[in-house]
Design a protein around this ligand. Sequence first.
Ligand code: ZN
Length: 691
Amino acid sequence: MLLSLLAALFPAAAAPISAQSLVETPDQPAPPAAFREAERADTRSPDGRPGAGYWQNRADYVIEATLDPVAGRVTGRETITYLNNAPDSLDRLVLHLDQNVFAPSARRNRRAPVTGGMDLGTVLLNGAEVEAHPVGRGYQEALTLLELLLPEPLEPGATASLELSWSFTVPPAPTFRTGNLDFDVFAVAQWYPRMAVYDDVYGWDETPYLGDGEFYLEYGDFDVALTLPSGWLVGATGVLQNESEVLGDAVLDGLARARSHAGETVQVVTPELQGPGAATRAPEGSPVTWRFTAENVRDFAFSTSANYLWDVRVSAAGVENYAFYRPQVAETWAEAARYVDVTIATLSEWILPYPWSRATTTEGPVGGMEYPMMVFISGGRSPRSLAGVTIHEMAHQWFPMIVGSMEAKHAFMDEGFVSYFDEEVAARLWGDEEPRWGENQGYLRVAGTEAEVPILRHTDLVSPYGARGLAAYTKPAVMLGALREVVGRDAFAAAFQDYASEWAFRHPQPWDFFRTVERHAGRDLDWFWGPAFASTATLDVGVLAVEHQGGSSVVVLERSGGLILPTPVRITRSDGSIEEHSVSADRWRAEGRRVRLIIAGRVEGVALDPDGRFPDVESSNDVWGSEVGGGPQGLQGPLHDADLHRPPASHRPAPTQPHKGPQALRMHPHTPSSTPAIPTSSLRLDRFDPV
Ligand SMILES: [Zn+2]
C-alpha cells in the first residue's frame, strides 16, 4: 500500500521489494475505492493516523425505560440529539431497531426465539410527529433498520432531535447477546433505537442485524433512567447517579468501605441484604428508578435480578470494578471482580489507560458479551473458564468500545485483537508459560482447507459458522503473534498503543491499522497483509536436503506455502554442539522458494521452528536427521523469556500446570489431502458463542 509514500517517510528503513515477491504475493489488500476516496478528502492518511480533515458524527441519548419483570417487557422513550459533523447535507437518518431480529419474519443467520420484535410508538423529529409511510416521506422500517426521510436536509454542523417511544418483550434465554433467564435475570441489550453510523468512508452504514455480525455505533453521552420493582439490582453501562436514593443504608456503608479500601473485594449486597427495603431502600411493591450516566460511549446495556449479590473492588487507579451474580454461583464468582480488576489494570498498562470510572460484570443467560463499561457472562463455570471469559469480554473495552471499528465488516479488529491479548492477560493472571498455544492449534487444524476463509471478509458472509470463528478470532491472533516476531516486539507494542490512542472514540478501518504497524516497523508489509489477511495462504517450510561437503554442510530449506514468515533453524552437529539460525522473511522474499544455509562442521540434525513460534501447517518436513531439542526440555526461544508484555519470570508465580511445548502445537498436523470436519472444541466456541 502506497509504498512510495512510506518509502518517502522512512527512506532508510524501507525494504527493497523484489519483483518475484510481488508476483507471488496473493491478493494484495488494496484499500477499497471508498477508502481511497476518503484519503483524497484527507480524512484518512497514508501513515495510519486520522487525516487532518477527519470528522465524525455524534449521538447523545436521554432514555427513560421500565422493565416489568413479571411480563418480561421493556417500555421506553428516548431523545436522541444527533450532530452532523460531516461536510455533507443529510437528506435522511438511519437507525437500528435490533430487536426486530426477533420479529416473526426477520432474516437471521442464527436461530432465535420469536418475540414480535420492537413495537415502535411515536416518532418525533424536532418536535413534530413523523409517520410511517411506504415511500417518499416519513419513515420506513426494513429488516432491523429504520430510515427517516428528512423534510429538510440536515446541514453540516446542524443537530436534529429525535424522540421515539417503543416496547418489546425480552427474548427468552437461550438466545444470543441478550435474554430473559426464567424471569429471574434479565440481560437487556440492543434494546433501544440506536443511530446508525454515517462515516467518512462509506456514508450511512445500513448493515442489518442478522445475528452473527455485531455492531457499528456512534459515540455520545447517555443519561438513562431505568425503573424496576424495589429489590431488583441493576448492573449497567455508566455511573449510578442516585445511589443514596436507590440503595439501602447498609449497601451505602459497604460502598463507602470498598472505596476506602482499594484492592479489596467488598460484598456490598450480601445474601442477608437482598430484597426490597435492604438492597434497595424502597419497600416492597414500590418502583425504583436507577439513573445512570455515561460519557463518550457507543452503547448502553444492563442486567438486572432480584437475586443478585454485589461485589465491589476499587482498583489502585480508582476504577470501581463491580460483579453482580446470584448465590448459586458465588463460589467461583467471588473472584469475578478481581478478574475484572486484573484485566482492566493490565490492558491499561499495555494498550491505553481505561477511560471510564466503572467496569461491571454481570452473571446471567449470555455466555459472554461485551458492552461499554460492562459485560454479560454466564454462571456455571470453572475458575479458569470464568477468568478466561472475563478477560476476553473486558478486553473488548479497548476493541471495539474505545476503538470503534465496524464489527460485522471487520470482525478481526475487535475479536481478533482481543483474542491476541486475552491469552496473554490470562498467562499473567495464572503465571502460565505458554500464552497462545490454543489459538495456534485451532488455526492449524483448518488452515488452508476449504473450511477457511480470508480474515478480511464480512462476518455475515462467512459460512459455516466455524469458519467465522477461525477468521474473526483464532487466525488473526495467530497472525498478529507471528507479525510481532517480524517487526519486533517494541515496534509492535508501540504500534498497538498508537493505533488505540489515535483511533480512540473514532472509527478506524483495517488500512489505518495496517499503516500504523508499517509506520512503527519502518517498512512496507503488504507482502504479509496480503497472504495473512486477504487470502488463505499458509506457511509451510521444510528441510529439503542436507549435504556434507568437506568440512562443512549445506542445509537446503524449501518453502511451499504462500505465507512468508521467518524460519528459526536449530542445527545439531556431530560433535553435539547446537547452533541457532534464523532465515528472515526478507531473505525468503529475496531468494524465493529455496534457501541454502552453509554450516561449518558436520550437521546431524535440523529442526525448523523448534519452539513453535510460527504457524507452519506441515510438521512432517520440519525435522531432519537426529532428534534435536524442542518442547519443554529444549532450549527456550525469545517467545518464552523476552515477551514484551510479560513481567520477568522472577516476578511471576510458578506455573500452575505443566506448560505446553511445541509438541502440543503439533498434536494435530494438517493433512492437505483430507477434509477435516471443524471440531468446534478447536475453535473454543464454548467460550465464543456468542461474544
Ligand atoms: Zn469477543
